[in-house]
Ligand binder design. Structure first.
Ligand code: ATP
Length: 367
């Protein structure tokens, strides 16, 4: 087991900065999920840790030792890719044993390690089969098994579940987290899927445009996003964002936009006034932090219903007004009471409101 650290690491391809000065510490035994949209630099980061890509600048440490110039083979890491890359002509047993044979591990030890790995991921009955005789989920387990038998210091996983169907993905992701906890191997796991990141990660690293946007727990990313990118990327549906002006002229200062008037408490408003650039700021609220009110004069905002999605356990209602389009989450029975074209009045939960700088998109913390 080991730690891994990236210190000011960049990867610059000709005419393209794929990874831009990122620093990250992964503790011994930790499971860290790297998430971000396609092209944000996740795989390049992982490949630099594996040694498959040379960093342009910065230091990569595994077990407190700089490994920039160490070959992939000598870094003692095991990678699991989205395409399983199994040897089609070898049995599951031989696929698992392959890397150990190449390292001239004694035959008896190979046998023990292969059988232990097969047991831990429920492959014992499939050891004689070839990859073509396995389902997608079973092949992915073999790919995991190949990483496990090597007993590496570090697991690097690059979208290992994206070839599986939705049900199998849910099942396999809990198997991976269980296995990682049981083995205690330090793991860096890459995905573009925010739901996967939220359900698997204890520590999540959100990347965009080659830069780390925030490192936090799922709860903190959801409740306290560092900027508007994280607010919209994490959570389905995303956080609603409205650009408002700070109106200090009325008796109760408020945040206003067309169809929006959010009265602020005294102290809160003072802090916001100090933080807002040119009196403008972005207000964010999650879909579940809005409630319907009958009396429009008590509402913080209103909107016309564009569409309704009844999902069984909840109802999502899509609305718009002159300043924004937004989504709210209502109880399951709300679908029967709300119709497209209705105008709804809404009250927003004050403690759950988030504020962002209108120019930079960075979170404004009031405390
Ligand atoms: P995805 O989820 O689609 O795999 P990613 O976040 O893993 O995306 P990377 O594969 O790390 O993204 O790529 C980051 C950026 O670097 C992309 O814009 C990509 O086109 C570019 N890139 C990757 N490899 C090379 C290369 N060998 N030469 C030039 N540009 C590259």
């Amino acid at each position: 087991m080991t730690t891994a650290n990236l210190k000011n690491v960049s990867k610059i391809f000709p005419e393209h900065v794929a990874v831009n000065d990122i620093s990250l510490d992964i503790a011994d035994g930790e499971f860290v999920v790297l998430v971000g949209p396609s092209g944000c630099g996740k795989s390049t980061t992982l490949r630099m840790v594996a040694g498959l890509e040379q960093a342009t600048s910065g230091d990569i440490l595994i077990g407190n030792k700089r490994v920039n110039d160490v070959s992939p083979r000598d870094r003692d890491v095991a990678m699991v890719f989205q395409n399983y890359a199994l040897y089609p002509h070898l049995s599951v047993y031989e696929n698992l044993a392959y890397a150990l044979r190449r390292r001239r591990v004694p035959r008896a030890e190979i046998d023990t390690r292969v059988k232990q790995a097969a047991q831990s991921i429920d492959l014992e009955d499939l050891l004689e089969r070839r990859p073509a005789q396995l389902s997608g989920g079973q092949r992915q387990r073999v790919a995991l098994g190949r990483a496990i038998v090597r007993q590496p210091r570090l697991f690097l996983m690059d979208e290992p579940l994206s070839n599986l169907d939705a049900k199998l993905r849910v099942q396999t992701r809990s198997e991976i987290t269980r296995l990682q906890q049981a083995l205690g191997v330090t793991t860096l796991y890459v995905t573009h899927d925010q739901t996967e990141a939220m359900t698997m990660g204890i520590k999540i690293v959100v990347m965009n445009n080659g830069k780390i946007q925030q490192v936090a727990s799922p709860r903190d990313l959801y409740d306290r996003p560092a900027n508007t990118f994280v607010a919209e990327f994490m959570g389905t549906p995303p956080m609603n964002l409205i650009t408002c002006q700070l109106d200090n002229d009325s008796i109760t200062p408020s945040l206003v936009a067309d169809g929006v008037k959010i009265a602020c408490g005294g102290e809160q408003e003072k802090s916001l006034a100090a933080a807002a650039s040119d009196g403008a700021l972005i207000v964010g609220f999650r879909p579940e932090n809005a409630t319907l009110v009958d009396d429009g004069s008590l509402a913080d905002m209103s909107g016309k219903v564009l569409g309704i999605e009844e999902l069984g356990h909840e109802t999502l209602v899509m609305l718009s007004n002159a300043s924004c389009a937004f989504t709210i989450r209502l109880p399951p029975d709300a679908g029967a009471r709300v119709r497209p074209g209705d105008r709804l009045s809404l009250s927003l939960s004050r403690p759950k409101l988030r504020f962002f700088d209108a120019a930079s998109g960075d979170s404004i913390t009031l405390d």
